[in-house]
Ligand binder design. Structure first.
Ligand code: SF4
Length: 456
């Protein structure tokens, strides 16, 4: 995992650069060399394991000087929190205690062990989460990805049973952002807010042709040295290839469930194997892929959840992205009983044990169900997303109830027009950074790390 601060290239082997961050070494792939042929000694930004931009040495040194103290201070705080939690011991659950010992020692868990984790109940949960957090701290240190997400269209041609923006929701006000508006928003997110990785998300909306998407990506890449993820659903692989060529090296595409029967039920007319084939092709083509599933789909058992996690691991994605089903009143799953809030947290902890070095996202849906990002981060997660969709559209990207909770939108009507990262978004960024610092986590994809960040 890379840091948002610049690092110095200490060696280049083929198309892989080894980058030094205050003595820590990370590897990152070199895809583009056009505008900035790289050599040892250059300072660069890397995201998702890819070098995304080069920075002048004098600028890099100024940033690093202002960050040196905080870099080590945060590490110490994170390690302290992870260790202190060791005092949380499990009572009356010997089998879980031995599974946690096994997980912390780095041993592989059996399926029976996984069941023990998934079925754990209070009062074993705190020690369980603390154990997963220690594994995260030991394996990955304190870096935490923070991607920004811009939801540029809530139109979709599909009727997924769990999704509030499905085509059959006739009560939803639909919107599309124009190409210029998307590029401006991305520029704003990068230049004003300091994001270094952005997700461009929409429903499956053919209104945006391949050429239009390619143009948007090219313009963002030209103006901002960032990692761009496309989250646009099942487009032909050829489309993704064009987007990669334009500079979108990331893709967010969940498979939703490893159970083919449930998949066909909740995604009418679609087949799981086709989705998985596309995800596998993207990974093979070099995309930085985030994927995962929905926790709590009707009919899904604990065995299905274990299979979901194992399937995610087998795909070897860059990031796990999964969250709880929150039934939306205008979907086919409106009457589904929601899962207990801690079920998704147990899934995070188990994923951490099964894949100790994974990036695991604490999704916004998880936040809606639990106390917030903090719960996920302390149960083994190490990635977050912040919604940067303009306020005037945000509420209408209505995937599930309560999605705008915590964004400050509340019940007010967002002001139309303007480059409105309104108080909601700014507060969320400020709160997120405050939370990360309080937990000793170093945000990797956000921050003008010059010591003068508006949100620091
Ligand atoms: S989950 Fe994706 S493909 Fe399905 S209806 Fe929602 S936006 Fe469309």
């Amino acid at each position: 995992m890379c840091y948002a601060i610049p690092g110095r290239i200490v060696s280049i082997q083929g198309r892989t650069a080894t980058i030094d961050y205050f003595g820590e070494r990370r590897e990152a792939g070199i895809i583009e060399t056009g505008n900035w042929a790289l050599k040892t000694g250059n300072y660069v930004y890397a995201q998702g394991g890819i070098v995304v931009d080069r920075i002048a040495e004098s600028d890099a040194l100024a940033i690093l000087e202002s960050w040196k103290g905080r870099f080590f201070e945060l590490k110490k705080r994170d390690a302290g929190i992870a260790e202190t939690a060791k005092t949380k011991k499990i009572k009356n659950n010997g089998s879980l205690a031995s599974v946690l010992d096994k997980a912390e020692s780095g041993a592989l868990l059996t399926r029976r062990d996984m069941e023990t984790v998934i079925t754990a109940e209070k009062p074993s949960l705190e020690p369980l989460y603390a154990s997963a957090n220690r594994v995260r701290s030991r394996e990955l240190g304190n870096s935490c990805c923070v991607h920004g997400i811009i939801e540029f269209s809530n139109n979709c041609k599909n009727g997924c049973a769990y999704c509030g923006i499905n085509k059959n929701n006739t009560k939803l006000a639909r919107y599309r952002m124009g190409a210029d508006e998307i590029v401006e928003r991305a520029e704003y997110a990068v230049k004003e807010l300091g994001f270094r990785a952005l997700v461009l998300q929409s429903g499956e909306d053919d209104y945006y042709s391949d050429d239009v998407l390619v143009d948007i990506v090219k313009r963002i890449r030209e103006q901002c040295g960032i990692l761009i993820f496309m989250s646009i659903g099942e487009r032909p692989f050829e489309c993704y290839k064009k987007l990669y060529g334009a500079g979108a090296y990331g893709a967010l595409l969940r498979f939703e469930t490893s159970n083919p029967k449930i998949y066909s039920m909740v995604r009418p007319g679609k087949r799981l194997e086709e989705r998985l084939a596309l995800i596998r092709k993207l990974i093979a083509a070099g995309f930085v892929v985030a994927t995962g599933f929905l926790v709590g789909l009707p009919g899904a058992t604990e065995q299905d959840l274990i299979n979901d996690i194992l399937l995610t691991k087998s795909l070897r994605p860059d990031m796990y992205s999964f969250g709880p089903l929150i039934p939306h009143p205008r979907t086919l799953l409106a009457g589904t009983k929601p899962i207990a809030p801690d079920y998704a947290l147990r899934a995070i902890a188990l994923s951490r044990f099964i894949d100790p070095k994974a990036k695991i996202l604490a999704t916004t849906a998880l936040e809606t169900l639990n106390k917030g990002k903090k719960d996920g981060l302390l149960a083994g997660a190490n990635s977050l997303m912040i919604n940067l969709t303009p306020d005037k559209y945000k509420r209408d990207y209505d995937l599930y109830p309560g999605k705008t909770k915590g964004t400050g939108l509340g019940t007010r009507n967002p002001k139309p027009g303007t480059q409105d990262t309104g108080p909601g978004t700014q507060d969320e960024i400020r709160e997120t950074l405050g939370l990360l610092y309080s937990l000793g986590r170093a945000p990797t994809d956000i921050g003008k790390m010059d010591g003068n960040h508006v949100f620091a």
